[in-house]
Design a protein around this ligand. Structure first.
Ligand SMILES: [Zn+2]
Ligand SMILES: [Zn+2]
Length: 216
């Protein structure tokens, strides 16, 4: 199992990066991206620290760690520059906090994240067909999430992405120990989004291929 969207107390998670990694390791995960909330004020603080931490841990046995960032509530026109700044600072995975229906995310965030070729568009809410096609063209993964609230639109995202052949990925958006799901629960979340067991395995393979690319 791999999770590519989690939070430590470098933003609003409850756990230090070390405890977050340890708990995912014990739960049977083989790779984990730590993607704390970032904006213009803090990416230069968060990313280099996560890079150093992940490099140190990756020298040891156990779970493989990917230093990432979740660009969150960024004015849409500022997203492209922040995606490239994040990569220059060493982020191996750039997630953009998409237009979830449970927060006032600025309209056009989904589109700008896709056009900036972020790696993952998290919880894209009521994403449009046009944006899903664009995500396919730019190879941006559309997220299904087990996170309460954000998960309300999983069915919509899954239906459009499936119909148009856009790539999907399944993440927890974990902020606390109780957000780390066992595999059986993840099967239910995928089934609940109207997808099949084959789709579940595609989601697992997609996470593996993104993790492989990030860990090189
Ligand atoms: Zn958060
Ligand atoms: Zn998040």
């Amino acid at each position: 199992m791999i999770d590519l969207h989690t939070h430590s107390l470098l933003s609003d998670g409850e756990l230090t990066p070390a405890e977050l990694a340890r708990r995912f390791d014990v739960a049977g995960y083989t790779a984990l991206a730590i993607t704390d909330h970032g904006d213009q004020s803090n990416i230069d603080l968060i990313i280099p620290r996560l890079v150093t931490f992940c490099e140190e841990v990756n020298r040891l046995e156990g779970i493989r760690l990917i230093p990432g960032i979740e660009l969150t509530h960024i004015p849409p026109e500022a997203i492209p520059a922040l995606v490239s700044r994040s990569r220059k600072l060493g982020a191996r995975l750039v997630v953009v906090h998409g237009e979830t229906i449970v927060e006032p995310v600025a309209p056009r965030t989904n589109r700008m994240a896709i056009e900036s070729s972020a790696d993952i568009l998290a919880h894209p809410g009521l994403i449009t067909e046009e944006e899903v096609l664009l995500a396919k063209e730019h190879s941006v993964y559309l997220e299904l999430t087990s996170r309460k609230g954000h998960s309300l639109t999983n069915g919509h995202v899954a239906k459009l992405a499936h119909r148009m052949g856009a790539p999907m990925i399944l993440n927890s958006d974990a902020h606390a120990p109780g957000d780390i799901w066992p595999p059986a629960r993840l099967h239910e979340i995928v089934a609940g989004a109207g997808l099949t067991e084959d789709d579940y395995h595609t989601l697992i393979r997609n996470a593996e291929s993104v993790a492989k690319r990030c860990l090189i």
